[in-house]
Structures are given as structure tokens and as C-alpha cells.
Design a binder for this molecule. Structure first.
Ligand SMILES: NC(=O)c1ccc[n+]([C@@H]2O[C@H](COP(=O)([O-])OP(=O)(O)OC[C@H]3O[C@@H](n4cnc5c(N)ncnc54)[C@H](O)[C@@H]3O)[C@@H](O)[C@H]2O)c1
Length: 406
């Protein structure tokens, strides 16, 4: 098949690589540097499998800035452009998805479009009403950043949603089966469960899955806050709790809060979707993450105050990496930024060590790439995730990374 993928971020590039093992794929982006790198067989994002597949596997993949030409030639268009939720304005920004849709409808109105971007519940149904001639599917994406292609080579499940309201519902049912088969064909697993459902339910699956993950992070973080305040060993409690097979010993490592591109926006979006629907828990998850960051910031400020009493004139707080996870190459909405903001609002100077950030300042704070100078200059070092390069200054480090893993 001729397939176009709009957006070459974590979602789009991993899918473009996956699908180009057996199909002709054109990956479209608006950033020339990304297109150039992909055409040279190099990955614009840090992801071991994408790097390996681009360099060493036989792929029928081309990248381009020319969306119109790519969409015109394609039987199927996968949309993986960014979406955003602004909780202050209660506004979900899907304009970049719609930019692609408008272009596809202009140059190739009969093509099936599969939306992989995360959207509010009911979005595909609404699109179908707004663009009655458009053929839309929604397929939730479950990958993790840093393991984007791995998670598509070994998918936990494949879900494709069909808007039953569409005049093309019959054709779209078939297209949904076909798209699921394409994803399965590109994967390395034989028995991946495929679910075809209505688009609205598929959209809900994505938001409820991410909100459960946020709940779990918030739960173990709140357990950790309790243990810290009461002087208990959180790791012993978590280990004991997790040995119940209904709970499990995974995804339970305390942190400064859930963060990253997806969990904060998807939980808030789900909460907005609950408008006029009774709930307590969804709101509590969002609140719990705020409370956790307040607690962590207060603990850090206590340390700073103690240092002042010990005679340090103006203690400096160091932020060791802005990223959420070890090995990550982006820091969109990372929780450590929330801690940093709280500390700076109290007038404490902050220095950032972030080797992937090519800038001298980050929100008015000095950025350094010199780890030794950073360790020397800072009195307290915040690390959402521990790294062995901090071992020689362990007594300065403030972390809640109890199990030394993501
Ligand atoms: N990152 C994740 O872990 C993850 C997981 C599941 C779902 N999602 C969802 O998938 C969507 C994309 O996420 P991502 O992390 O891949 O985003 P990203 O920001 O890494 O990549 C998006 C890409 O789209 C490009 N783009 C923007 N406008 C475009 C246009 N008009 N035409 C073509 N390309 C365009 C950008 O330049 C960028 O390269 C979001 O809705 C996100 O919520 C992300």
C-alpha cells in the first residue's frame, strides 16, 4: 500500500518505520531538519529501535515537506501531529490534526485517514458530522517515549475505532480491519489482540488508560509522602504491597510527580470530558499530582533553610536533568519543572544541568553542560531519577527514586 504519515515525532516516526517494512511510506513533517535526517537514515529522536531500523533494515520510507504531494499519492493517511489541552481555557487544541485533514480533503478526498493523535472523547464523531465526505478512523496509540518503535513491534493491543455515524461506516469497518492487519504485520508478535470498536469508545480507551497510569503514579507517590512524613521506609511498604499479584511490583517507583507530554494533558482532558458526569477520583488524581509537587518543593525548601542556619549564605539548588526518564531526550511538561517553578518563586537560585538543552538559560535559570562544575556549585541537587554520575555527591542529592529505575 501507499501510506502517508503526517508528523514524524514519537508516534509518527515509529509508525512510519513499522509500516515501511511492507509498504511504501511517505513521512511528512513541517521541520526540514527532521526530514533531512530521516532521508539520511538517521533518527531525529532518541530511540534505539528507530535508530537501528533506519540504519540497518530494508525500509521503503521517504520523508518530505510536501504534504500535498504525499497525501495525493496515498491510499491511507496516518495522522500523528501534536494535540494539546489548555485547562485554563478548557480548550483542546486539535488544529494541527485538522490542518492535515483539510489538505487531504483538498488533494485526495476519497482517502481513509487514521487519527493516531490523542483527541477528546467524541472528536471523531464530531469530525464526521463536520466533514461528511471525510473517511476517518481513530486508533489509540500506547507507545512510551524512548521505546516508541519497540512498543509498536510488541504491541500490548491493537485498537481501531470506526465512527458508526459515517455514511461510509461499512467501508470504514473494512478499512479498520485492514489497518489493524497492517500494524500486526509490521510487529514481531503473532498473537496481538485486535479490538475493533466505535471511535468514541476507542478515544475513551486512550484517555482512561493514561488516567489509570497517572492514578498509579499518584498513588505510590502519595504512599511515599505518607512514609516520609511519618518516618517510615517507603520501599519496604511498596515491596510488601506489590507482592499481591492483583497489585504487582511494576510501575510503582516514587517520583516528583507524573509528567511528560501525555499524562498531564490526558488526565485533565478526561476530567473536562466528565463535565456534568459525577466523579471524585479523576479530579483527585489531578489534585494529587499538584499536592505531591508542593510537598517535594517544601522538602527542598526545608533543606535550603537548614543550610542557611548552618551558615551557607545563599544555597544554590541544582536541577539534575529536566527530562522525566533516564535516556529521554525531551522534557515536555516534566514534573521537575513544577518543582523548579515552586522553588524559584521563593527566591532560591536554581542552576540546571541538562546536556540536551542547547541554551544558556532556562526560564531565567543558568544552564550548564559541565557536570563537575554543576556538582561543585550546587548545595542541593534535585534528581527525579538517580544517575550513578551523582554518586560522589550523594549527600547533596534530593531524590525519591527508591528503586533506581524509571
Ligand atoms: N509521545 C507519546 O508518548 C505519545 C503516546 C501516545 C499518543 N501520543 C499522541 O500522539 C500525538 C503526537 O505525539 P508525538 O509525541 O509523536 O508528538 P511530537 O511533537 O513528537 O511529533 C509531532 C510531529 O508533527 C509535526 N507536525 C506538526 N504539524 C504538522 C503538520 N501540519 N503536518 C505534518 N507534520 C506536522 C511536528 O513537527 C512534529 O515533528 C499527540 O496527540 C500525542 O498526545 C503521544
Amino acid at each position: 500500500m501507499n501510506i502517508a504519515v503526517a508528523g514524524t515525532g514519537y508516534v509518527g516516526l515509529s509508525l512510519a518505520v513499522l509500516l515501511s517494512q511492507h509498504n511504501h511510506v511517505t513521512a511528512v513533517d513541517v521541520v526540514p531538519e527532521k526530514v533531512d535526517l530521516i532521508n539520511k537514515g538517521l533518527s531525529p529522536i532518541a530511540d534505539a529501535e528507530i535508530e537501528d531500523y533506519l540504519a540497518n533494515h530494508e525500509l521503503d520510507l521517504q520523508a518530505t515537506l510536501d504534504g500535498a504531494a504525499a497525501y495525493k499519492e496515498s491510499d491511507l493517511i496516518v495522522i500523528a501531529t501534536p494535540t494539546n489541552y489548555d485547562s485554563d481555557k478548557n480548550f483542546f487544541d486539535t488544529s494541527l490534526v485538522e490542518q492535515v485533514i483539510d489538505l487531504v480533503l483538498e488533494v485526495n478526498p476519497g482517502a481513509v485517514m487514521v487519527i493516531k493523535s490523542t483527541v477528546p472523547v467524541g472528536y471523531t464523531k464530531e469530525l464526521t458530522e463536520r466533514y461528511p465526505k471525510g473517511k476517518f478512523l481513530f486508533s489509540p496509540e500506547f507507545l512510551r517515549e524512548g521505546h516508541a518503535l519497540y512498543d509498536n513491534l510488541h504491541p500490548s493491543r491493537i485498537i481501531v475505532g470506526v465512527p458508526s455515524e459515517s455514511a461510509y461506516a461499512g467501508e470504514l469497518d473494512e478499512a479498520a480491519q485492514k489497518f489493524a492487519a497492517l500494524l500486526a504485520e509490521g510487529s514481531l508478535d503473532d498473537e496481538t489482540q485486535v479490538l475493533i470498536m466505535r471511535a468514541t469508545e476507542a478515544e475513551a480507551v486512550k484517555l482512561f488508560a493514561n488516567t489509570y497510569l497517572a492514578l498509579r503514579v499518584a498513588y505510590f507517590n502519595e504512599l511515599d509522602t505518607y512514609a516520609c512524613v511519618r518516618g517510615l521506609d517507603a520501599s519496604q511498604i511498596i515491596e510488601g504491597v506489590g507482592l499481591d499479584p492483583r497489585i504487582g511490583g511494576h510501575y510503582n517507583n516514587p517520583s516528583f510527580g507524573y509528567g511528560g507530554y501525555c499524562l498531564p494533558k490526558d488526565t485533565k482532558q478526561l476530567l473536562a470530558n466528565y463535565d456534568e458526569v459525577p466523579q471524585n477520583l479523576i479530579e483527585a488524581i489531578v489534585e494529587a499530582n499538584r499536592t505531591r509537587k508542593d510537598y517535594i518543593a517544601d522538602e527542598v525548601l526545608d533543606r535550603v533553610t537548614r543550610l542557611v542556619y548552618q551558615g551557607v549564605a545563599q544555597p544554590k539548588v541544582g536541577v539534575y536533568r529536566l527530562t522525566m526518564k533516564t535516556g529521554s531526550d525531551n522534557f515536555r511538561a516534566s514534573s521537575i519543572q513544577g518543582i523548579m517553578k515552586r522553588i524559584k518563586s521563593r527566591g532560591v537560585p536554581v542552576v540546571v544541568y541538562e546536556p540536551t538543552l542547547d541554551a544558556e538559560e532556562f526560564y531565567g535559570s543558568e544552564v550548564t553542560h559541565d557536570i563537575d562544575a554543576f556538582k561543585e556549585a550546587c548545595d542541593v541537587i534535585l534528581a527525579n531519577r538517580w544517575n550513578e554520575e551523582l554518586a560522589d555527591v550523594e549527600d547533596k542529592v534530593f531524590t525519591r527514586d527508591l528503586f533506581k529505575r524509571d
